[in-house]
Design a protein around this ligand. Structure first.
Ligand code: 6CS
Ligand code: FE
Length: 300
């Protein structure tokens, strides 16, 4: 398979024009997003939708996420990632298979219909996680493209995946909201450096390999600006797999807890990782459990 997106091959950094559509022909799917919102997503590489879930729904999801984070069995599991240099919980992966409401979330039509429309196909969950970003302690997530990692380390062939972040707490200017670079999804930043073995054991705590160089970051930020996805709990942020994003540390006395569902097209299933090393484990990148998602029935 020709690799459109060669990265981490020891050569210098480069900007490679995207080879894939942003919005696929979703004609056969419900038009979950109206034309204006679809164009915003296509132009910027992300879309912030306030008020998707009501207060009771968000509180139930947040409670379930907190229960998982407190569960001794979960806390000892491989799905838990702790903050760098500390023991506070940074992320819990595979939450769509650990919690009941979190299992329904990716099938909620308010999210699933958007994913199908944008990706123009049936979809499955490539990865899910809750990023806890605890009060006064949550460390940063440096700028990165998820796709760069998912392509190199997981073998995701094309840019035909998107993340949906559901805000379980208010995201304010002070608690480390997701920050994105509008328009950056159109350029693939080929990163320098080689991938260490089992890189995920470090990168999920602090990513140092597969991050864009300062010059590329500055160029794309000067072209598109920076946008902080500050929004109330219950909002959803849909962002393309290749949109550059990151978040600062949380110095506020309030947590910033968001759940992320990553939808991948069933026509974009993982192949052998492009770095040539063994794939990352199932709880980070689904290879075996990739059932097509069916929408929750209204009665559910
Ligand atoms: O490597 C990954 O899959 C994870 N790393 C980051 C920083 N974002 C996407 C994902 O959670
Ligand atoms: Fe990310």
């Amino acid at each position: 398979m020709k690799d459109c997106y060669v990265s981490r091959t020891g050569r210098s950094a480069a900007l490679i024009a995207r080879c894939d559509p942003v919005v696929y022909d979703g004609g056969r799917y419900d038009q979950a997003l109206d034309e204006a919102r679809l164009q915003t997503y296509e132009r910027d590489g992300f879309l912030i939708v306030p008020g998707v879930f009501d207060a009771a729904e968000v509180e139930a999801l947040r409670q379930e996420a907190m229960e998982l984070a407190r569960d001794p069995a979960v806390r000892e599991g491989e799905e838990v990632i702790r903050e760098p240099g500390g023991t506070a919980l940074r992320s819990v992966f595979r939450v769509h298979e650990l919690g009941a409401r979190l299992a329904d979330l990716p099938r909620d039509p308010r999210l699933l219909a958007v994913a199908r429309q944008i990706l123009g196909s049936e979809v499955y969950i490539h990865q899910s996680r809750v990023n806890m970003k605890p009060a006064l302690d949550g460390k940063e997530f440096y700028w990165h493209s998820d796709f760069e990692t998912w392509h190199v380390e997981d073998g995701m062939p094309a840019m035909r995946a998107l993340s949906c972040s559901v805000l379980l707490t208010d995201n304010t200017p002070f608690n480390g909201p997701l920050m994105l670079i509008p328009g950056s999804h159109r350029q693939f930043v080929a990163c320098v450096g080689e991938t260490p073995e089992e890189n995920y054991k470090r990168s999920l705590r602090r990513q140092e390999v597969g991050v864009p160089d300062a010059l590329s970051l500055r160029l794309l930020a000067e072209q598109g600006g920076l946008k902080a996805a500050t929004a109330p709990a219950g909002s959803a942020v849909f962002f393309d797999c290749n949109t550059l994003h990151g978040s600062s540390g949380n110095l506020s006395p309030w947590p910033r807890c968001n759940v992320f569902m990553v939808y991948n097209s069933v026509d974009n299933r993982l192949v052998a990782p492009f770095h040539g090393m063994p794939p990352r484990p199932e709880h980070i990148a689904a290879r075996d459990r990739t059932e097509t998602l069916t929408p929750l029935s209204a009665a559910a």
